[in-house]
Design a protein around this ligand. Sequence first.
Ligand code: AMP
Length: 216
Amino acid sequence: MNLILLGPPGAGKGTQSRRLSDNLKVPQISTGDLLRAARGNRTTLGIKAESYMTAGQLVPDNLVTEMIRERLKQADCGHGYILDGFPRTLAQAEALDRMIAAESGKAAQIDRVVNIAVDREEVIQRLSGRRQCRKCTENYHARFHPPKTVGVCDRCGGELFQRDDDREDVIRQRLEVYEKQTQPLIAYYEKMGLLRNVRGTGSIEEIFGAILKAVS
Ligand code: AMP
C-alpha cells in the first residue's frame, strides 16, 4: 500500500506514520528526517538544504525529488511505503506521479492520501513544546506528551532534543509556507479521488484509529 500523509507541520504526521509503518509493515519515509540526517552527516545535499531548513523555507523541489527517487528505489519499498512530508508542492506531486508511472508503466498508484487537519494555534502550541529523539525520531511534547524520564526516549532510550526550526518565529514562517505551497495539494488529491480527511485533535490512539479506518 502506498500512502501519503498530508497536514501542516505539527499535525502529527511523523507520530502517526511511524505507527502506521509498524501496523502495515511498510517503511515510513520522512523527507524531513532524511534531510536532517543528510545535514548531520554533512553530505552535499545536507549542506545545500541547511539554510532553507533553518529559515523554515522549503528545500528546492529538484533536490528533494531526487532524494525521494533514490529512496523509493530501495528494496524495502517493494510492498509499499508511507510518505511523510512529501510531496509538499504541486511540482513535487507531479514529479511523484511521473516517478510512479515510469516504475510501473501504469497511471500513478497512490492508494490513499490522508489529510490530518489541525488549526494554526494548536500547531504553534504543539511545535513550541515538541522534543524529538535523536536516534529513532519519535516525537514528544514537554507538556502534552512527556517522556517517562525527562530528555530520554521511552521507545529506544535515545536523547531528546528541540529542533532548531521549532522556534516560534520559524514555526510561523513554516505555517505560511504550508498554507501557500502545500495546502493546494488537498484539492489536487481530492480531484483524483484519493483524499480522506481526519481530525488531528484527540489522543494519539484516537487519531490513529481514524487514520486506519481512512486507509482500510
Ligand atoms: P519536517 O520534518 O517535515 O517538518 O521538515 C523539516 C524541514 O525540511 C522543512 O521545513 C523543509 O525545510 C524541509 N523539507 C522537508 N520535506 C520537504 C519537502 N518535501 N520539500 C521541501 N522541503 C522539505
